[in-house]
Design a binder for this molecule. Sequence first.
Ligand code: SF4
Length: 79
Amino acid sequence: MELSWRLRGACRGLDPEIFYAPSEDEGADRAKAVCNTCVVQQQCLEFALANRESEGIWGGATEKERRRILRQRRKTAAA
Ligand code: SF4
């Protein structure tokens, strides 16, 4: 899997705690603000969805939000 996008992430060099400390939606605002400036946000989100990343903020989405996206995609695919 191509992972070079990670080198261009806006989170590079930042404290990982920003992205892993928030539980669910609480405290995720700081991480989301960084993700929203990130040029590889979509790649990051797709990576997390494909790998069922269960923790942290990826591509601007919490674990709960990623589960919601996957559910929505399954529904759309089944329709
Ligand atoms: S979207 Fe967020 S977590 Fe993903 S690489 Fe960019 S800043 Fe990092």
